[in-house]
Design a protein. Structure first.
Length: 442
């Protein structure tokens, strides 16, 4: 439970609110590279309460600038991509990717007005299918050498989805290992071979045990939470019998991402980035340690569940998430189909546009959430005091961040910690990128 004041402090981002200021210290996912495909690579964005335009100029350079033209504030998202930048259709003012004014054609020849005008621009960098933006002051931090950033393009796939509520409650699902036993419970186990690209569908590594069965039958995980240099490591243990323990290792990469296993071979690195106080996008990089990712089928699976161009879930508030009371009795815990993203969408959005945490009652299963909120508050306060928050990394520091370990498997007659370290090392040994152990970094 939080006081109203603390709930406000941790959730609000608009108008440079303290949490918004904190989030501006980091590279944040702004768009998928896919969204700049096609004949007119211009995309209007709202990010942390700012209205922006992302575009690719004729030379292929990416630019992110404020959306309102500095002349008389018309909308640059309708601009003409030409002559080395984006041109406002109102009076033809032209800006390049750095926000430099190149032309004010309605002004007298030789007018110096152009030199006195600059549109605010923000650094952008494309990584693993996502355009990341830095909306803060000064120099952007370096990217940590996490697997999702250093894997080759062939081994990653990126997608996004709109969540119509505050960012924090969405992120809090990703650090909650207990909910999967309930929210994502199925009466019957799916065919693991048909589960490519889908969470909680395969068998637990090192076993023939379907993950769906483990989650269904073992609903009281022991949860160990450890603070790390990058955020939190969360280890959930489900004791099957005296010799077998199901082990799931997930992470919070501070401030607003989680890194979790998808399957034996893949992980999900997922950000929840605020659009404003009451909307956020999830951006995920799926990283394969074994073969290349089948991007076509990953994309087709997700396009069946989301409507473009906003990437809005087809199951949403307006249609009660497709809730079916009969299905809820027979087949799924929610009555909302078999896609876990739809379950999460309902859970998060049903908490309200901004969850009122003065009314919640946390239990033992929520200990990672409590731990995260303590860190978030401390880092917001650091920022307010003018200090650099954690994970705002220099290039030197970034090079020491790797992994992190995100695995799901069945430990047999072995200590869970030895088991997950070994499982990670085995998988890392076949990965086609420098396979330095993430554990050596700590
Ligand atoms: Fe979930």
């Amino acid at each position: 439970m939080l006081s109203e004041e603390h709930n406000r402090l941790l959730t609000r981002v608009e108008n440079n609110a303290p949490a918004g200021k904190l989030l501006k210290n980091y590279w944040q996912p702004a768009a998928l590279l896919d969204e700049l495909e096609g004949p007119r690579p211009v995309k209007a964005l709202r990010l942390l309460g700012l209205d922006l335009v992302l575009f690719r100029d004729e030379q292929g350079r990416l630019g992110l600038i404020d959306r309102d033209c500095p002349h008389r504030n018309a909308d640059l998202a309708f601009g003409r991509l030409e002559d080395g930048g984006i041109r406002c259709p109102f009076h033809g003012w032209l800006f390049d990717v750095n926000g430099k004014c190149l032309d004010t054609p309605a002004e007298p020849a030789g007018s110096p007005l152009c030199q006195n005008v600059r549109q605010r621009s923000y650094p952008v960098e494309a990584r693993s299918g996502i355009v990341f933006a830095f909306l803060g002051e000064g120099e952007p931090p370096a990217f940590p050498e996490f697997d999702c950033f250093i894997a080759p393009d062939s081994h990653t796939f990126a997608f996004k989805g709109l969540v119509e509520c505050n960012w924090l409650q969405a992120l809090e699902v990703g650090m909650d290992p207990a909910h999967a036993s309930y929210l994502h419970r199925y009466a019957e186990d799916a065919d693991p071979d048909a589960g490519y690209g889908k969470p909680f569908r395969g068998v637990s590594a090192n076993s023939n045990l379907p993950i769906t069965k483990v989650l269904r039958e073992y609903g009281r995980p022991r949860i160990d939470v450890e603070q790390t240099e990058y955020g939190l490591r969360i280890v959930a243990l489900r004791e099957i019998d005296q010799t077998l323990t199901h082990v799931r290792v997930t992470n919070i990469a501070f401030p607003n991402a989680f890194i979790i296993p998808l399957s034996e071979d893949m992980t999900i690195s997922q950000w929840h980035v605020p659009v404003d106080d009451v909307n956020n996008y999830w951006f995920a990089i799926f990283t394969s340690f074994k073969g290349p990712v089948d991007k076509q089928s990953m994309r087709a699976q997700r396009l069946a569940q989301y409507d473009l161009p906003d990437y809005r879930s087809k199951r949403n508030r307006e249609n009660n998430y497709g809730y079916d009371a009969d299905e809820q009795k027979r087949a799924t815990y929610t009555g909302m189909g078999h896609d876990v993203n739809a379950h999460d969408q309902w859970a998060i959005e049903s908490q309200g546009r901004i969850q009122d945490r003065t009314r919640e009652h946390l239990g033992q299963s929520d200990k990672a959430i409590s731990a995260y909120r303590r860190i978030l508050r401390a880092e917001i306060e650091k920022c307010q005091a003018g200090q650099a928050p954690m994970m705002a990394l220099s290039a030197e520091q970034a090079a020491t961040h790797r992994g992190p370990v995100a695995v799901d498997g069945l430990a047999r007659n072995v200590e869970p910690e030895a088991f997950w370290k070994n499982l990670d090392a085995e998988r890392r040994a076949v990965a086609p990128w420098p396979s330095r152990s993430p554990m050596a970094a700590e």
